[in-house]
Design a protein around this ligand. Structure first.
Ligand code: 3EB
Length: 334
């Protein structure tokens, strides 16, 4: 498995035939349809990539792929790895009992778990979550907290643990659009990694919502002959508290201190030689588009020539200005 960043014109039929799935980053809709499951990340591209209408991040494989559709999930699998995308219109889930976003989230994850069980690939490795208006309903129950209720319930009903062995993830707010969940899953469990500088998200106190978020700080996963490291969305949080409120550069550095700490933990469990910060590929979410130059320069100073894509999105706590996620990979067999 490899990951490719492609402009629309960089795509070819040969690439399409070997793509498990991927994301389209950018505010504009992609000009062409693709046959593979595609998550639209409706977030403006910033910085060095701002000139192109959008970018594909594609997960490519060498073996044959098989495609399917299950209750709104577009999926492809190759061997024992599956990538899927589900986008749900919240309005279709409105009831009087629970908020629509909570119900939609629960339905999305219930369908994902059902598909994965049916396909014999029950282990979620990495999940990408996007939703509109993430800080909405602050007066009652903030929408991100509604999302956490739906996700946690679905994990339990799908007979998945909500602590310990949970997937790497991110959860961001975008301006508009459906609830969008993309995922990579496999036949073998991921090795979850936590950050000693932070309280595990699944143990956050109830100050952050009635149900703690269901994700690990990182996950090591093992497609045949490979080792992949997925570092979850990582922000300026120490313990369980947000730090450096209102200070962008300090939040960037704290986020990278956290990425570094997660990397150190991962390297203790990794099979191959240690991953360095400069070995990873990064996606950075900045709340304010005007912050991108500072964020990009702080980041690039610490990660060197590593690829960085910056987009505008809302980090799930309203006092956080930036969030950094990363992925690393290598072959473990010649
Ligand atoms: C944090 O550390 C920042 O709810 O899936 C990061 C990664 C965050 C994933 C999620 C949330 C999620 O709490 C927010």
């Amino acid at each position: 498995m490899t990951i490719h960043l492609l402009s629309e014109t960089g795509r070819t039929q040969a690439i399409d035939a070997h793509t498990l799935g991927g994301a389209w980053l950018g505010e504009a809709a992609p000009a062409h349809n693709v046959a593979w499951p595609l998550q639209r990340v409706r977030a403006p591209l910033l910085g060095v990539h701002a000139q192109v209408p959008g970018l594909h991040e594609a997960w490519c494989v060498s073996a044959a792929v098989r495609s399917g559709e299950y209750q709104g999930i577009a999926w492809r699998r190759s061997g024992d790895v599956l990538y899927g995308v589900i986008e749900l219109d919240e309005a279709a889930f409105a009831t009087e009992l629970v908020p629509a976003l909570q119900a939609a989230t629960q339905a999305a994850y219930a369908r994902v778990f059902h598909l994965l069980d049916e396909q014999g690939l029950p282990h979620l490795w990495r999940v990408w979550n996007y939703m509109a208006n993430i800080h909405g309903d602050m007066g009652t129950l903030e929408r991100y907290r509604q999302f956490n209720l739906g996700r946690g319930d679905a994990f339990e009903q799908g007979e998945r643990s909500v602590v310990g062995r949970v997937p790497a993830a991110c959860a961001l707010g975008v301006k508009s659009g459906p609830l969008s969940v993309a995922f990579l899953a496999g036949a073998t469990p991921a090795t979850p990694i936590e950050n000693p500088r932070q309280v595990s998200a699944y143990e956050y106190p109830s100050d952050y919502g009635p149900r703690s978020p269901t994700f690990s700080r990182a996950a090591l996963v093992y497609p045949p002959g490979q080792e992949w490291l997925f570092i979850s969305g990582t922000a300026s949080i120490v313990g369980h508290r947000s730090v450096h409120t209102g200070q962008l550069a300090a939040q960037c550095n704290e986020s990278l201190d956290n990425v570094e700490a997660v990397l150190a933990q991962a390297n203790q469990k990794a099979k191959g030689p240690p991953f360095a910060l400069s070995d990873l590929a990064y996606r950075v979410y900045v709340r304010h588009a005007t912050d991108v130059a500072t964020a990009q320069s702080v980041l690039q100073q610490r990660v060197g020539q590593a690829p960085v894509v910056c987009v505008q999105a809302d980090v799930c706590r309203d006092d956080l200005l930036v969030e950094v996620e990363a992925v690393g990979w290598r072959c473990t067999e010649p």
